[in-house]
Design a protein around this ligand. Structure first.
Ligand SMILES: [Zn+2]
Length: 243
């Protein structure tokens, strides 16, 4: 009787284990099983490695939807510790969480057209680096950027002596063009594909702007923060660091 009872228990246990196994095959659990195991963040290099590895998964169609599940949502509900600040363009084809295969609470994302920086953007970046102790800032430009294209067109028209656009309803697009203009003027005389060159120049200009902030400069000089520039390829999905 005892033996039978034990056998029944074993059978029951097996059934339960099987049921558990089946429920563990939900999308969230499968993604979790494939996700890289990450320890404590060690600094800027570790943050950069996480970004580039996530992008590698994205490029090869091997995304694991890292940190997108309900467990993660609950774990970070009372506090965030993102590991990278991404300052990037508003272009709908370049969503940072998707192209780096990251989820909730991972990235501190600030997006403006052509990743243009004004005081509010600068304050947001400083908040992430100084208050949240995020060790990495990536300025992320992208191929065929519409904001850069528009600025190149405006500067070319101006140089050709063409009359300015007829006045329409008031807008602030001119202010945006003025932010990107110095990068375009940097490469205007170089020949070749001005838009393409201005995209990289715009990343450099914005990196310089960030590094001119006393708050960020101090963090960089004490090796608590690294600022990198990168460029997203719309065709391949790859993010390459700009040397
Ligand atoms: Zn853009």
């Amino acid at each position: 009787m005892n033996t039978l009872h034990r056998r029944d228990l074993i059978r029951l246990g097996g059934t339960l284990a099987l049921a558990g196994g089946l429920s563990a095959c939900g999308a969230e659990e499968v993604a979790e099983a494939m996700a890289p195991v990450e320890g404590e963040l060690t600094g800027p290099e570790d943050a950069l490695r996480r970004l580039l590895e996530g992008n590698e998964r994205f490029v090869h169609g091997e995304t694991v939807n890292l940190n997108e599940d309900s467990k993660r949502r609950a774990a970070i509900a009372n506090g965030q510790e993102p590991f990278a600040i991404i300052l990037s363009c508003v272009d709908s084809r370049v969503p940072p969480e998707l192209i780096f295969d990251r989820g909730l609470g991972d990235l501190f994302v600030i997006r403006t057209a052509g990743h243009a920086v004004d005081d509010v953007v600068m304050g947001s970046v400083e908040f992430g680096a100084h208050e949240l102790h995020i060790p990495l800032i990536m300025v992320l430009g992208h191929e065929r950027c519409g904001a850069v294209k528009a600025t190149v067109a405006a500067v070319k028209a101006e140089r050709a002596g063409e009359p300015a656009e007829p006045a329409g309803p008031a807008n602030s697009i001119g202010a945006l063009v003025e932010r990107i203009r110095p990068a375009v003027e940097d490469v205007m005389e170089q020949g070749g594909d001005t838009v393409d060159k201005a995209i990289d120049a715009n990343v450099f200009r914005v990196m310089e702007q960030l590094e001119s902030s006393p708050t960020l400069k101090e963090l960089v000089s004490s090796a608590k923060l690294r600022v990198v520039g990168a460029r997203y390829d719309l065709d391949s999905g790859r993010v390459d660091l700009i040397p």
